[in-house]
Ligand binder design. Structure first.
Ligand SMILES: O=C(O)c1cc(=O)[nH]c(=O)n1[C@@H]1O[C@H](COP(=O)(O)O)[C@@H](O)[C@H]1O
Length: 270
């Protein structure tokens, strides 16, 4: 299924703009998982099973798996999501960016090895570095635009001939790179004014918005700035605040409870 079709269905069917980020850090796992060879998979699987009916997407962050030589567990996790929770889009957060021939390999990795429905990509190297992902017409390509971190301003806020660099990225994506309708943009919840500006530039293009929860972004301001006229258009990501809500064997139930509250807080402002 086309990533955008699945995303729109998930927004509607789950009544949710919440994306749960899967950033597994074994140092923060409940004690009963210590030393288990598949702990990363088991932790994420239980979070996924406890929250799937509440989300519009899951976003596994590849570094948290690769750092622990656990790419096989990432593969198993994405397979699990597709099999047990069909129709739930999986965004592989890899923030790739390289010359075309290398990008082709990254695209194979994301879409064929890991079977992700979408990937995050850094647009800094320009169009030919993004084309290998765009060539998978049914997969989502979500480009960094105005990132949530303080240092994002170092480059993204530079004036590039009468507009800021992040505005140029938004315009390029909306007007040129999105010919197949499979692009999205990353805009941090920590910068609601820029979410509004990006929404103004890109029309209905979906925005992945990390930065609520642990990074302190404002849910009400994010929703007000970024929703489209039909009350959708956003994948609002929270990772640590949901994953580590509980510290014991009931961690998945604790995660569900925070995910429920977060979805309700988002929906209260749509
Ligand atoms: O592309 C991303 O997902 C991303 C972009 C950005 O600007 N800021 C940002 O925090 N992220 C990711 O979103 C997640 C945020 O995690 P929490 O702060 O724990 O909710 C992490 O996986 C980050 O890598």
């Amino acid at each position: 299924m086309h990533f955008m079709t699945a995303l729109k269905a998930a927004w509607r069917q789950r009544d949710s703009l919440l994306c749960v980020g899967l950033d597994p850090d074994p140092a923060k796992f409940p004690a009963h998982l210590a030393g288990r060879p598949q702990a990363i998979f088991e932790f994420c699987r239980d979070i996924v099973d406890a929250t799937a009916d509440l989300v519009c997407a899951f976003k596994p962050q590849i570094a948290y798996f690769a750092a622990h030589r656990a790419e096989d567990q990432l593969e198993a996790l994405i397979d699990h999501i597709h099999e047990r929770h069909p129709g739930t889009p999986v965004i592989l957060d890899a923030k790739r960016g390289d010359i075309g021939s290398t990008a082709e390999q990254y695209a194979v990795e994301a879409f064929e090895r890991f079977r992700a429905d979408a990937i995050t990509v850094n647009p800094y190297m320009g169009r030919d570095s993004v084309e290998p992902y765009l060539a998978y017409g049914d997969k989502g390509v979500i480009l960094l635009c105005r990132t949530s971190n303080p240092g994002g301003s170092d480059l993204q806020f530079l004036d590039v001939g009468g507009e800021k660099l992040y505005e140029r990225v938004a315009r390029l994506v909306a007007e040129e790179w999105n010919a197949s309708g499979n692009c999205g943009l990353v805009v941090g919840a920590t910068f609601p004014a820029e979410i509004a500006r990006v929404r103004e530039i890109v029309g209905e293009v979906p925005l992945l918005v990390p930065g609520i929860g642990a990074q302190g972004g404002d849910i009400a301001a994010t929703v007000a700035a970024g929703c489209t006229a039909d009350g959708t258009g956003l994948m609002i990501n929270s990772s640590r605040a949901i994953l580590y809500a509980g510290k014991n064997e009931d961690f998945a139930a604790a995660a569900r409870s925070v995910a429920q509250d977060t979805r309700a807080a988002i929906n209260a402002h749509r």
